[in-house]
Design a protein around this ligand. Structure first.
Ligand code: SF4
Length: 369
């Protein structure tokens, strides 16, 4: 089960909190697209990539692409790789780019899943985040998208200073009421050197309140459970049958290939990442060289990676997959978290409790070898 990720590094405007790789200049869009098409061919032999079960257009803002660009990229993917006939093909879209014409075009191109960056249904929150869309567009264009696509996921952000628990409940329950089958919900994080970081340092923006974030995460888990969603990964909720195949392959340590500047790839034993600079990327690809750095993972690193990702999932960490000597050590490290009610056992599996999920990264790190 392998996936291909294609990074589209363009956005209309910079959201204050974002530290992804993107530019707001579309000047070299055509050159970059040509380079993506070439990289797909250069990566033909990436280990373990066939058959391809999912393709994901992420960014940046892939909904800024013309339909012809998407068609070209998908035809190239199909020409170079063995794509399963039932592959999940996701496009990330921002609400302000969505029109009936675009939706029909995406569908005809073979896109069968949309990931829409809603973040909040409240205008003041969107302005605070410097999102390009309005609250009106969030609602209207999400409803429009539902007329064309059933398989939709939306992103929501919690823990922003203006988001009261009541507003958070309205955001989540609106998505549930609309029948959105998949939600990705993220606590706002302040990444260094982002505009948000600078605004907080200059005291122009209120700092983040970790208690508010924890409370909103606990509320979220309660509401989603009541609505029948599976909390199948720490930030992801799906109605039964609507999990993301692409994201699941990341969490199950399956191989994936990342195309484009700053895109990451993983073969099971090696991790590599392309240069996060559009011009250098284009220049290098034009010379037939993929500009990447690579890390070969030791067995211990692979195990730690498994501990980190599996603990974040509904299925948890299967200690049966760990050799006997290490299993003994793992169980010993886990005991204090089980005793504290942060981890629970289910047969050979270790699962985070809801309270444990608040501390997921720290607990995983404490179990590392
Ligand atoms: S649209 Fe997405 S990728 Fe672009 S700046 Fe905003 S959060 Fe970042």
């Amino acid at each position: 089960m392998a996936g291909i990720y294609i990074h589209i590094p363009f956005c209309k405007q910079a959201c204050h909190y974002c530290n992804f790789h993107f530019t707001t200049s579309l000047r070299y869009k055509n050159e970059l697209l040509a380079a993506l098409l070439k990289e797909l061919v250069l990566q033909k032999v990436y280990p373990g990539i066939n058959p391809v079960r999912s393709v994901y257009f992420g960014g940046g803002t892939p909904s800024l692409l013309d339909l012809a660009d998407i068609n070209q990229l998908l035809s190239r993917v199909n020409a170079v790789f063995q794509v399963s006939p039932d592959a999940e093909i996701t496009l990330e879209a921002n609400p302000d780019d969505i029109t009936g014409e675009k939706l029909a075009g995406w569908k005809s191109a073979g896109i069968n899943r949309l990931s829409i960056g809603i973040q909040s249904f409240f205008q003041e929150d969107l302005e605070w985040m410097n999102r390009a869309h309005t609250a009106g567009q969030a609602t209207e264009n999400l409803e429009l998208a539902l007329r064309y696509f059933r398989n939709i996921t939306i992103d929501l952000i919690y823990g922003t200073p203006g988001l009261t628990h009541e507003k958070w409940e309205q955001n989540v329950k609106k998505a549930i009421a609309l029948g959105i089958p998949h939600l990705s919900c993220y606590a706002l994080t302040v990444e260094s050197k982002t505009p948000l970081d600078k605004l907080i340092r200059k005291e122009q923006y209120e700092p983040i309140n970790p208690d508010q974030q924890s409370e909103q995460f606990l509320l979220l888990m309660k509401w989603m459970e009541e609505a029948g969603y599976e909390h199948y990964e720490i930030s992801n909720f799906a109605l039964p049958g609507w999990r993301s195949r692409h994201n699941s392959s990341y969490w199950q340590s399956q191989p994936y290939l990342g195309i484009g500047p700053a895109a990451h790839s993983y073969s099971g034993k090696e991790r590599q990442w392309n240069i996060a600079n559009n011009n250098s990327y284009i220049h290098s690809i034009n010379q037939g060289i993929i500009p990447f750095e690579k890390e070969i993972l030791t067995e211990t690193q692979q195990l730690n990676e498994y501990i980190m990702t599996s603990l974040r999932t509904l299925e948890g960490l299967d200690t049966g997959k760990v050799n006997e000597e290490r299993r003994f050590l793992l169980e010993a490290s886990a005991k204090k978290y089980v005793d504290a009610g942060l981890l629970q056992r289910a047969g050979e599996r270790l699962l985070l409790t809801n309270e444990g999920k608040l501390l997921a990264d720290g607990i995983a790190a404490a179990l590392f070898f």
